[in-house]
Design a protein around this ligand. Structure first.
Ligand code: DP6
Length: 348
């Protein structure tokens, strides 16, 4: 019996310039480039993949719960199945796959478990199949599970190039600097709600370009924001990074609100965080912190280590102690056998 198995750990990323709207939904090709920070292993997904002749079907378990790989309502599981097929074809392998994945943080809470999960799955499955793929190729694979997952394949400061080709081969993520380039940068996450969002990001990606007039300006704005943030990172100009980060989050949430029916992810506590960060920056005389929100109410505050205590005490007034802190990370890596979630051919 041939058994191939590998385990990888992946981490979320936080976009400072957002991906919202696709030019191709089946390949997750974005309407614009985006920019993110890959977070460290304070938040992580561990995924083991086994290909074995003894398996009768493909199966996927996330946090111990079986997912339906053919459920079109659960797009990310369906995309995970598609990606396993692509990799299997590349390796010329026919055996079925058992995939087991565990997160250290709440799913569907706007903390992007699909990004860390997609990156971990791409790395573990290609590792198990002995495919020696470079980071660019791995990001193209991970992108097809969840667009933002392609950015989590790279460590540090990451650009996802939108690309132009119909087959998506030029839509990939690339690290412009490693985590060690600016290790003072941190993400303080204020947990406002962990309930599942009403509109999934995949639904929103489709609705906004179709119904929002404001969205017409969004792709060019985002491309400009990517150029600005890359320039600000190169100069380590935190004030400029902070300004473009806040503006880009506001721009994305504006086109979400302009969708019809409107998509509203921010709530009163999210807005309280926005006001509090502007007040903090004003009292400091220059921006020391930036808020950014994904498809949910939870706030990510990008700041520098030296301002951590000030930011935490500002946020505590709104969310109490419901905070997580992550630094910048190096991207996914393969783990040893003793960290596998599959042993003796079965899920642990
Ligand atoms: C708001 O990557 O979750 O977090 O490609 O449909 O899986 P799919 O969407 P997803 O969208 C993330 C959107 C965002 C912004 C961002 O991370 O760039």
């Amino acid at each position: 019996m041939v058994e191939r198995i590998a385990t990888a750990v992946g981490t979320p990323n936080i976009a400072l310039v957002k991906y919202w709207g696709k030019r191709d939904a089946s390949l997750n090709l974005p309407a614009n480039s985006s920019f993110s920070l890959t977070l460290d292993e304070n938040l992580r997904t561990t995924t083991s993949v086994m290909f074995s002749d003894s398996l009768a079907e493909d199966s996927l378990f996330v946090d111990g719960e079986k997912q339906d790989l053919n459920d079109s309502k659960n797009e990310k599981s369906a995309f995970a199945g598609k990606v396993v097929n692509i990799l299997r074809d590349m390796a010329g392998v026919r055996s079925k796959a058992l995939i087991a994945s565990r997160n250290t943080f709440p799913k569907s809470a706007g903390f992007a478990s699909s990004a860390s999960g997609g990156a971990a799955l791409a790395v573990a499955a290609s590792g198990a199949l002995g495919l020696n793929l470079d980071t660019r190729h791995l990001s193209v694979i991970a992108r097809q599970i969840s667009g933002s997952a392609c950015r989590s394949v790279c460590g540090g400061f990451v650009v996802w190039h939108a690309g132009e080709k119909d087959d998506g081969s030029d839509s990939y993520a690339e690290s412009i600097a490693p985590a060690s380039y600016w290790p003072e940068v941190i993400d303080i996450m204020a947990m406002i709600s962990s309930t599942k969002k009403k509109v999934s990001s995949s639904q929103g990606h489709a609705l906004t370009p179709k119904t929002s007039d404001l969205y017409k300006a969004r792709p060019a704005t985002a491309e400009e924001h990517v150029r600005m943030v890359v320039d600000a990172i190169a100069k380590k100009d935190f004030g400029a990074v902070a300004e473009v980060t806040m503006k880009d989050s506001n721009s994305m949430h504006a086109v979400m609100l302009d969708s019809f029916p409107p998509i509203i992810y921010l709530n009163d506590a999210s807005r309280a965080v926005i006001y509090a960060i502007h007040e903090l920056n004003e009292s400091e005389g220059s921006p020391i912190a930036a808020y950014t929100f994904d498809a949910g109410p939870n706030a990510h505050i990008i700041t520098l280590k030296q301002h951590k205590d000030k930011v935490i005490s500002t946020l505590r007034e709104i969310v109490g102690d419901n905070m997580l802190v992550a630094g910048i990370g190096d991207g996914p890596r393969l783990l040893g056998e003793n960290e596998s979630l599959i042993r003796d051919g079965a899920r642990l």
